[in-house]
Ligand binder design. Sequence first.
Ligand SMILES: C[S@@+](CC[C@H](N)C(=O)[O-])C[C@H]1O[C@@H](n2cnc3c(N)ncnc32)[C@H](O)[C@@H]1O
Length: 547
Amino acid sequence: MHKIHRMNRPCCVIFVTLQAEIIPFLMTEFEMIAKTFQGLEEILAKELIDLGANGVAIGNRMVSFKGDKALMYKANFQLRTAIRILKPFLHFKADSADEVYEICRKVEWEKYMDLSDSFAVDSVVYSEDFRHSKFVAYRVKDAIADYFRDKYGKRPNVSVANPDLTFHIHISHDDCSLSLDSSGESLHKRGYRQEAMEAPLNEVLAAGMILMSGWDGKSDFVDPMCGSGTIPIEAALIAKNMAPGLFRSHFAFEKWKDFDRDLFEQIYNDDSAEREFEFTIKGYDKDPKAILTAKRNAKAAGLLDTIHFEQRDFKDFEPVKERTVIITNPPYGERLTDDNLLGLYEMIGERLKHALIGGEAWIISYHYECFDKIGLKPSAKIPLFNGALPCELRKYEIFDGRYNDFRGGDRRLKKDDLPTRRSSTLRHKARLAEKEAERKTGFAENPEKTEKTEFRRERPARKTSERKPFRKDGEKSFRKTEGTKSFHKDGDRSFRKTEGGKPFRKSSSEGKTFKKSEGKPFRKSSQSKPFSKSTSRPAAKKGFKKQ
Ligand SMILES: C[S@@+](CC[C@H](N)C(=O)[O-])C[C@H]1O[C@@H](n2cnc3c(N)ncnc32)[C@H](O)[C@@H]1O
């Protein structure tokens, strides 16, 4: 007895101490949802793990995770492949809009907003029972308004253009979740874009492509058809490990009741992870207007000295001297009527073969016929959506040898190189499958497709002139003009296997969870083991789970 008592006592002391120290810390963790584009879920999960997130689980166009307030701020500020960070605060079951209204009437809304705050409600619905997502959003809005009117005799304003708070109702079948949107404007709106040319690539997609390629700033980089410069600018941010949120003047969480200004300033002003970049980034385009636009955008990001922009036709692309990575987004359009388009891709293949020896090129395009014209064998094919278009990102490694050796003496691609030939039937099927996946899992976000309520605002892009150069004490908005900062960890950015010509299928990772300590990130949620050191709830298999 005595012995046991003596042995137990220190254990009890340790246990009590740990409880006192760890439990309050655990209690500060909460569930979050990072939304993204289809095909970028795994790279976003990797980013979240690098950021220190717990319980990272992949869904359809979303990754769920847990973390504290600091992590929520960092997620908004530092993630390159997230569109939006939601903080769910209520999960319930309902099978009609009236039922949603009744439940929402009972929420203590003062926890989240004051009577003087304006608000908006966003909705995404995948349910037979809720045919009109707008109507559900209206009912949530009514519930909030009626709650305040009953209690205080007044109701808060709904703001279309610039709400203080945006709530998000998500319904899948009869599973409903209410969240606060911590981002506000989509995170692809970095704040550096001054102007766009036709068909600019979404910044989140551009960053996702670069991260997937594994390029980490340790070699030269070129986008020979750079348009408004999105890919070179995102590449420069990655190379210098600068946070993509540096140029935004606002995140929605800054208007939340519990906003911790000191904490955010600390995150914002920490540039310790930034690094020097010793190689070159070049952006070319045959259109002089594109080059002007790209330069303006790069200047707004403070990266004009880092990127060399020049008007140049890809046909004049000169052989590279050092190992170089090309990532580019040539024109593709939806219709393949233009012979010149196919000629362009033929020229691209010819230039890669002769001018990129020892390097690699990553090309995103839409039509199989265009890829075919490149005439090189891809070593990876990654399905991605560019807006509503089902595209593919292909990797070409250019070896120092005869072209025919590289293609095995056969200029035509073999049949099994072509899993994603996009006939209209296949495209249609892909869209149907996509819709079904959305219906089942939800939290999808595709700006072109997601239905918004009419009181959901689209803010105009901010001008750089609106940005303050540096956040000072007591000042609402920010930033140093130089010496910018980021928390993105250095290291291997691309954990996907891209070699060997195997396509990069989203379905292979959906519903799997990640563990920080493992090199291999996956564990099936069905194994129901704890999936992070500080959470007790197994990861949601798809979407996020009800509590
Ligand atoms: C789809 S846009 C690229 C958009 C760009 N990623 C952005 O975010 O703005 C394709 C670009 O290729 C350029 N282009 C077309 N043919 C070209 C060629 N032969 N050489 C160089 N650029 C070319 C066009 O001028 C256009 O800016």
